[in-house]
Ligand binder design. Structure first.
Ligand code: C2E
Ligand code: CA
Ligand code: CA
Ligand code: CA
Length: 275
């Protein structure tokens, strides 16, 4: 940290150039990546805490960069969003996820992450309908995960888009619950089927009193609204036990299974749900 001195800012400049350079390069590479089949979906299971059965899988996007290797979605999704590439990329994710779920031997649902920016591009309800139809997948097997930022802008319009999609029979989940400013008020604005408690709350279980009381408040309220609750980032048995105790319906995390390119490990013939 060399911020002192008259020309202190100079020390940061090469670094910023480097960051900008990397970003510009990434944008260029992203444009080619879709045509060159560098994207892949991984799948991570969600476990029903009452029945101990797998209910669904979340599709998580992976980019195999020819030079950099695996790039995290946390890094490239924002670039795709800024460059407008999230439109075609999101469309690819939706199609590929539905196609995959249609081949599964069990009626597990597939959960797909939708960027807030996908609400601005092509008609999302049309894309969803197309993807379901092309895959021959019933709408009830698809779940879309959105964050509250979808409702922060164009609230009216986006609520109407969400309503159209939900009326088709697709479930809508609110992702990263508790990390935003107005999560609670949005639960009244739209009939979400599910909320996913962010992993930052789960991390501090089972001992942290604040985390416990926040999760208890969320589950109490969700219970009375009839919303299902999934906890994300469950890594230990103690966390899972606490979450069940607190009234969470579902858990997702490394304890149950890491994201993987296929779902073979969960097929009934070789059922190995808990490690
Ligand atoms: P997210 O939707 O909150 O997804 C959960 C993230 O937590 C995933 O990171 C997952 O691999 C990770 N995770 C799962 N279990 C555990 C655990 O037990 N411990 C810890 N520490 N982490 C766990 P990933 O795959 O790197 O994705 C990061 C984010 O990128 C996602 O967060 C989502 O916001 C975004 N993303 C991923 N795929 C897509 C996509 O297809 N479209 C869009 N728009 N965004 C995506
Ligand atoms: Ca998600
Ligand atoms: Ca999440
Ligand atoms: Ca997240």
């Amino acid at each position: 940290v060399k911020a002192e001195g008259r020309n202190g800012w100079c020390f940061f400049k090469p670094e910023m150039d480097e960051q900008l350079q990397r970003r510009l390069e990434m944008e260029q590479d992203l444009k080619r990546a879709l045509a060159d089949n560098q994207f892949q979906l991984y799948f991570q299971p969600l476990l029903n805490l009452d029945t101990q059965e797998i209910t669904s899988f979340e599709a998580l996007l992976r980019w195999h960069h020819p030079v950099r290797g695996m790039v995290s979605p946390a890094e490239f999704i924002p670039v795709a969003e800024e460059s407008g590439l999230i439109g075609p990329l999101g469309e690819w994710v939706l199609k590929t996820a539905c196609n995959a779920a249609a081949t599964w031997s069990q009626p597990w649902r597939i959960a797909v992450n939708i960027s807030p920016l996908q609400f601005r591009h092509k008609s999302l309800p049309v894309l969803v309908k197309k993807a379901l139809k092309a895959a021959g997948l019933p709408a009830s097997r698809l779940e879309l995960e959105i964050t509250e930022s979808v409702l922060l802008e164009n609230e009216k319009q986006n609520l109407s888009i969400l309503t159209q999609i939900r009326d088709m029979g697709v479930r809508i989940a609110m992702d990263d619950f508790g990390t935003g400013y107005s999560s609670l008020s949005y639960l009244r604005a739209f009939p979400f089927d599910k909320i996913k408690i962010d992993q930052s709350f789960v991390r501090d279980l089972p001992h942290d009193r604040d985390a416990l009381s926040i999760i208890r408040a969320i589950t109490d309220m969700a219970q009375s609204l009839g919303v299902r609750i999934t906890a994300e980032g469950v890594e230990t048995q103690a966390q899972m036990d606490a979450l069940k105790e607190l009234g969470c319906h579902e858990a997702q995390g490394y304890l149950i299974g890491r994201p993987a390119p296929g779902i073979e490990a969960y097929c009934p013939e070789v059922m190995t749900v808990t490690k």
